[in-house]
Design a protein around this ligand. Structure first.
Ligand code: FDA
Length: 467
């Protein structure tokens, strides 16, 4: 046996919120664990950094009131939250460049368009209420809803282009970070159902409610601290050997025996069970031996991460507040489609955060860095005025360039994939279980979902190991 051979009940691959939650739950249930992490840090898509003297949330940061699993975890870890600054008017920029201040949720558009937006929100709330986020594929019209793109469906509902563009934004640019033609109505309904309703996605005060003092990466950092030496960094798992039936219950007659994970640094872990706690676009980077079953290999190819650049701009003061602006800004027609006051708790400076999504991100990434920055800041200046052009600190979170993520925020299926494969996405393969925010019913794509799935996966394994 190798000098670095480790034996545990469960090996967890990936030290993100999901993997670390599962590891702690299993250890609390009396099982031995080890977490193997590819990066030189824990947290995955959560990363709080000091950049030129400013504390920035490079990845996930906001907590919404329905996210019980995350809220419980924050309380358990002794972490405190604060509210996002939101006093004053929001800003909307129309297709012709007109800038309008507004309050409330509905963008300041012509009354007929506002009425269409309200009608579509009500229609969507009705459809979403029929979808179980734990099983959207069981909806009687799942296959039909999964064949039509979000864009196509919206164009069938209304001829009002601005109403369509605004409604499309809440799921496309703002959540799945894919163009609205690239995913289905069913996928859009799941996104909204996982957040409780479509109205919740429209309500920035709900969806972007609180932040965590010290940063949201505190969650994985504290969870990892509890595990001590049982979290190993710089240990990318390259190969996973598994034995036992493809059916986790062993019902196909082959008893589950276990796994051996081979990671960088010559590390070998033999365990009874494995949890693969990665975004699904990275599953294929592990060499599974034997290969995964046909359906699983197919399913994984139909999941991909969206793309968004999170832009941070820190100014000497939060100058927009003096103009009576909240910092909240939207436009389906600008490079930065949404932006917020993201000033860090206790820092007298003002921070704006903006998002550049999908094909707009491709476009600006094709430019030299200085030109990209100039374009993005010009887009912020469209919302807040020329002062936005000169931040003290400027930073772009570029998750697509991160080898161990490769996109943002999370994964979704291509057209037809959710109804075809979704029901199988978390079914264990022999001793191998799957856990990530990308497969979560409630809190899908969010830290809350990563934690929820971490808990359920751990509970399922603990149950198997007991029996
Ligand atoms: P995650 O990707 O975090 O963890 C997987 C881990 O596996 C990583 O640490 C990775 O390095 C590791 N890994 C990969 N391959 C490996 C291998 N072969 N071997 C070993 N380790 C391997 N959510 C939210 O609730 N509120 C928000 O405001 C936001 N905003 C936001 C902004 C941005 C820019 C991003 C990128 C994401 C968000 N999110 C968010 C989403 C949220 O951050 C995300 O859903 C969860 O953090 C995902 O946690 P997981 O544990 O599922 O995966």
């Amino acid at each position: 046996a190798s000098a670095n051979r480790i034996e545990r009940d469960v090996v967890i691959i990936g030290a993100g919120a999901s993997g670390l939650t599962a590891a702690n739950a299993l250890r609390d249930a009396g099982h031995s664990v080890v977490v193997l992490e590819a990066r030189d840090r824990v947290g995955g898509r959560l990363w709080t950094r000091e950049i030129d003297g400013a504390t920035l949330e490079i990845g996930g940061q906001w907590v919404s009131p329905d996210q019980d699993a995350l809220i419980d975890t924050l309380a358990e870890l002794g972490l405190e939250t604060y509210s996002r600054y939101r006093e004053g008017d929001s800003v909307y920029v129309a297709a012709d460049g007109t800038r309008t201040r507004f309050t409330g949720e509905i963008f300041p558009v012509a009354p007929e368009t506002a009425a269409e937006i309200e009608r579509l929100i009500a229609l969507l709330d009705g459809l979403v209420a029929e979808v179980d986020p734990a099983a959207p594929w069981d909806h009687p019209r799942a296959a039909e809803y999964d064949q039509v793109s979000w864009k196509q469906w919206l164009s069938e509902q209304t001829d009002d282009v601005e109403a369509r563009d605004n409604i499309a934004l809440y799921i496309a640019e703002a959540m799945l970070t894919k163009p609205s033609h690239a995913f289905s109505l069913l996928q859009a309904l799941l996104m909204a159902a996982s957040a409780g309703s479509f109205s919740h996605l429209v309500d920035a005060d709900f969806i972007l409610d609180k932040r965590v003092v010290g940063g949201l990466q505190q969650v994985p950092l504290k969870l990892a601290e509890r595990l001590g030496d049982d979290v190993i960094l710089n240990a990318a798992v390259r190969r996973l050997e598994w034995t036992g039936g493809a059916d986790a219950s062993g019902a196909d007659g082959t008893p589950i025996q276990g796994v051996v994970a081979y990671a960088d640094g010559g590390i070998e872990v033999a365990a009874k069970r494995a949890i693969v706690a990665l975004p699904p676009n990275l599953f294929e980077r592990i060499d599974f031996q034997p290969a995964l079953p046909r359906l699983v290999q197919q399913a994984h190819q139909h999941l991909s991460l969206g793309l968004v650049i999170k832009v941070h701009a820190v100014y000497a003061t939060p100058f927009w507040r003096e103009q009576g602006l909240s910092g909240t800004a939207f436009s389906p027609y600008r490079i930065v489609h949404e932006a917020y006051d993201n000033s860090y708790d206790g820092d007298p400076r003002g921070t704006l955060v903006g998002f550049v999504s999908d094909q707009k991100a491709d476009d600006v990434f094709s430019l030299p860095a200085e030109e990209r920055k100039a374009r993005i800041l010009a887009s912020l200046a469209d919302y807040y005025g020329p002062e936005a052009l000169s931040p003290e600190v400027y930073f772009e979170s570029d998750w697509a360039a991160e080898e161990w993520t490769r996109g943002a925020y999370a994964a979704s299926y291509d057209l037809g994939g959710l109804s075809r494969y979704g029901a199988h996405q978390t079914t264990p393969v022999g001793p191998i279980h799957w856990s990530c925010s990308d497969f979560a019913p409630e809190g899908y794509q969010h830290v809350d979902g990563a934690i929820r799935l971490g808990r359920t996966t751990a509970a399922a394994i603990a149950e198997q190991l007991r029996g």
